[in-house]
Design a protein. Sequence first.
Length: 245
Amino acid sequence: MQKVKLIHEIRAVKNKKELANIVRAQRISEKVLRYIIGELKSGITEIQIANLIKKKYISHGVNVLSFPPIVSFGKNTANIHHEPSKTKLKKGDIIMFDFGCTVNHYCSDMTRTYFWGDPNIKQKKVYLATLEAMDRAIKKIESGERRAKIIDKSARSFLAKKYKNNFQHGLGHGVGTVIHEWPNFKPKSEDILPTGCVMTVEPGIYIKGFGGVRVEDMILITQKSCKNLTKIPKNLQKIILNPII
């Protein structure tokens, strides 16, 4: 008996027009992020940066964001869903941005972590471990793996060996007209990724009293591999920022 496709399965597969909207939203977000990096300076607050993000989106003709921007500095980066506060940026801080916008109702989603000055040994190790976890998950997808829980495990098991119980959310989720859409990367997920869906891959490590690192790309699932839709660099050399007083 042929399986009847459910609405969420049909919605997950993006046609060319839908995909173009998601990519356009992502390109605008990348422009906003580049602008925001140039506006960072010691003493600026998370709220000030969050407001600059919103204003910059408006200047690009965007009035609806995927979700309220997450901006966190220092120890606040250990809070997965941190709301921007009056915390000021200082040298040695980890900086985390997680934001996206909509184009014709289609969402984008991206997280980048930066260092305000040279990272210490622990900061560097946490960042490189997160990046390695992401790379392992994407390579699984590239190899043709489509079982969500197996892809999640490829990142989660790697991080668990280094930072036990610090990866406290799913590896990622589908993106479309809502920011969290079927399918989902979770340890017990029974989802199978269909060709044509757009997924986030976003491993993270969160250490209370120290800080956190999350890196998130959007990935298009192709027939035999995948395509990364996110064009902002994430290698260690590119995410170390020179502190401006």
